[in-house]
Every structure is written in C-alpha cells, then in structure tokens.
Write a new protein. Structure first.
Length: 108
C-alpha cells in the first residue's frame, strides 16, 4: 500500500485533495478523467462531484482532445495551484528538518 503524501496527511483523504495530490505527483503529464479518478483512488462519481470546482478554479488545463475525450494536466501557472505547490514544498522542507541527518543526506 502506498504511503500517504504529506499533503494528504495534512488535509485528510477528501476526494478533492486526492485529485490534486495525484495531479501534483504527475506534474507535466496529462490524463483523462477516468485515469485521474483511478490514479486518485476515487470513484468516477466522486471525481465528477468535485470536477466543477477544479475547473472553476482553473486547477487543470486541457492539453489534448480525442473526439469527446479530453486530457487534463495540472495548471501550474494558476495562482491557486502555485499556492498548493508552495504548501507541498513547505511540508517537505518541514519533514526534512525533522528527519535524522542520515535520511536527509540520502535524499540529496
């Protein structure tokens, strides 16, 4: 079983944060909604319950279209997304500060 990310440890495993966490982990790649739901570990119904908010806040960009299918990627130029990325970096920095020296050195 995959260990929870620092973001999910802080925010809990709400579907919205699971979607954002998946997109953060896969920055630069694009996915269909079905792939995002599967990668996030949530149902398609749950994804669709939160998708309007994700699009409303421009957290994703459409990268390609295949007929009715659209592929999405994290919109890292969006101010909201940038703040989420900053939060993730701060959590990582804080975790590294608390980690034993040996572990920090191994990650460099």
């Amino acid at each position: 079983m995959k260990e929870k990310s620092l973001l999910l440890q802080l925010t809990g495993e709400m579907p919205l944060f699971k979607i954002i966490d998946f997109l953060l982990d896969n920055k630069g790649l694009d996915f269909s909604k079905t792939e995002i739901a599967k990668g996030s570990g949530i149902s398609r119904a749950s994804l669709f319950n939160h998708w309007e908010q994700i699009e409303k806040h421009s957290i994703v960009d459409v990268t390609r279209r295949f007929g009715k299918t659209r592929l999405y990627t994290l919109n890292s130029t969006n101010p909201v997304t940038q703040r989420i990325i900053e939060l993730e970096r701060a959590l990582i920095a804080q975790a590294l500060e608390g980690a034993p020296k040996k572990q920090v050195m191994l990650r460099n």
